[in-house]
Design a protein around this ligand. Sequence first.
Ligand code: ADP
Ligand code: G3P
Length: 506
Amino acid sequence: MAKYILSIDQGTTSTRAIIFNEEGEPKWSSQKDIEQYFPEPGWVEHDANEIWLKTLQVIANVMIESGLEPEDLDSIGITNQRETTVIWDKETGTPIYHAVVWQSTQTSDIADQLKADGHKDNIHKKTGLIIDSYFSATKIKWIFDKVEGSKERAENGELLFGTIDTWLLWKLTGGKVHATDYSNASRTMLYNIYDLEWDKDILKLLDIPEKMLPEVLPSSGIFGETMDAVFHGVSVPIAGIAGDQQAALFGQTAFDKGMVKNTYGTGSFIIMNTGKEPIQSKNGLLTTLAYGLNGEVYYALEGSIFVAGSALQWLRDGMDMFRESPESEDLALKVDTTDGVYVVPAFTGLGAPYWDQDARGSVFGLTRGTTKSHFVRATLESLAYRTRDVVDAMNQDAGLKTETMRVDGGASMNDFLMQFQADISDVKIERSKVMETTALGAAYLAGLATGFFKDQEEIKAKWEKASSFEPKMGAEKREDLYAGWQAAVKSTQTFKFKPKKINQED
Ligand SMILES: Nc1ncnc2c1ncn2[C@@H]1O[C@H](COP(=O)(O)OP(=O)(O)O)[C@@H](O)[C@H]1O
Ligand SMILES: O=P(O)(O)OC[C@H](O)CO
C-alpha cells in the first residue's frame, strides 16, 4: 500500500495541509485563511488558538478529500511563518497574548534601545542577525511588559515560548513535546548559531528565562507523535520541521553551496545555501541556519524583504485597483515603462540590506500623465528591484555572481514580474513545477527521517522546471532604471515624519 506524507504549511495569511506522494507530487490540499489583527498602525497580530484550530480543520479536510486512512500516512512535516511569537500557559495551553507576527513593528522601541546601548555587533556576531523588531526576542520582552506578572510566571516555569512550529508541535502532541528545529531557533535572535545553543548573555540582557524556551533539534528527525485526538487513536510521527523560507530552499532542492531561491509570498525571502560554512555578511544580509540534517548543520545567507505580494494586496484591497492579484500583470503590460514612476512599498520599514524599521512607503516621479497602469507596473517592479538589492549584496558577500535563481510563491506566477526580475538583476529565473515548495521541503525533511525518501540525491532528481526567464535587457538601460530605484530608496529613508496623535479639540 502506497504511503504519503502530510505537510502542514502555516503561513502568514493562511494555513494549508498538503498530502505528497512518493514522487514529491502534491496530491490533495486544503487551505484556510487566518484573521489578521492590526490593533495599531504597524502592529500585526494573530490568534494562536485560531491557528491551531484551523490547522486541525485543514488536516481533517484533506484527509476526507483524499479518502486516505491515518495509517496511510508515513509522517508529518511542519513548516511555518517564522519569528512570530506565542507565549502560553503550560498547564492550560492558553496563549497569554495574541501571537505577535514577524511583520509587526510594535517592538521597534525595544530594538532601538538595544542598538543605542551598543549591542549591535555582539548580537550579530552570535546570532547572525541584525537587531530588528522582526525577530522573536524583542517580541517576548514586549509581551512580558504588556501582560502583568508574565515574566514572573515564566521564571516560575509556568509559561512556554514558541514560534508557530513549536506551538503546533506542542498542540499536536497533546502538550508532550516542546521543541523547535535549528532553522526556526536561528530566527529568534536568542540562539547562538555557531555554538548551537541558546545564548545566555542575550537571554540575560533581555531578561528571558531559558526554561521557557524549546529544545532545539535537527530539522529532519522524529520530534514526537500525534496525540490520539488528531487521528482517532492512530499516532503519526512528526518527523520534519523547518521555517518556511528554509523549507522552500529544501523543497527547491537547492542543496549545493551557492544555490539561490526566492519565494515571492506576502514578503520575499532570498536565500543562498552556503553549506557547512557560515558567511558573515558585510552587506546587510543575515547569516542563518538553513537546516540540520544527518548530524550536520547547514548555513545560509538570507535577504528578507518584508513587503512583496502584500503590495499587490494593498493595490487590490486598499486602493481598489483590481479585483484579483493576477490582473496586475495585464495592467502592467498596458504600458511599456513606468515613465519614471517608482513605488517603494516600505509599509513596515525596509528589511535587507537597509534595515530601516522607521522607513514608510513612498511614490516618486508622478506626472499628470501617470495612470493606474504605471502605478501597478511600478509596484510590481519594486518587488524585482528589492530582490536585486539583495542579490547584489549576496554576490558581494559570497564573492560570486549568481547566475540562476529558483523561484516560487504566489507572485512568482506573474510572468511580467519574472521577466523584469531576470532583466533587472541579470539572472536567469527558473520557476519550479511544484509551486508548493515550502510544504514540499517539510515533507522531504520528514521523509528523509523515516526512510520514506532514501537520500538527497533521490530528492534532487525529482526537481522539475516549469518555465524559465532569461535576461534580455541591455546593461545601460538596466543600470539606468536601477539608479532611479536607488534614488527613490534614498529619498524614502530621509522622510521620517511621524504624525503626532493630536485630539480634535487641541
Ligand atoms: N499573479 C500574481 N501577481 C502578483 N502577485 C500575486 C499573483 N498571485 C498571487 N500574488 C500575491 O502572492 C501572495 C500570496 O502568495 P503565497 O505564496 O500564498 O503567500 P504567503 O505564503 O505569504 O501567504 C499574495 O500577497 C498575492 O497578492
Ligand atoms: O508566511 P510567509 O510565506 O509570508 O513567510 C513569512 C516568513 O517566514 C517571515 O520570516
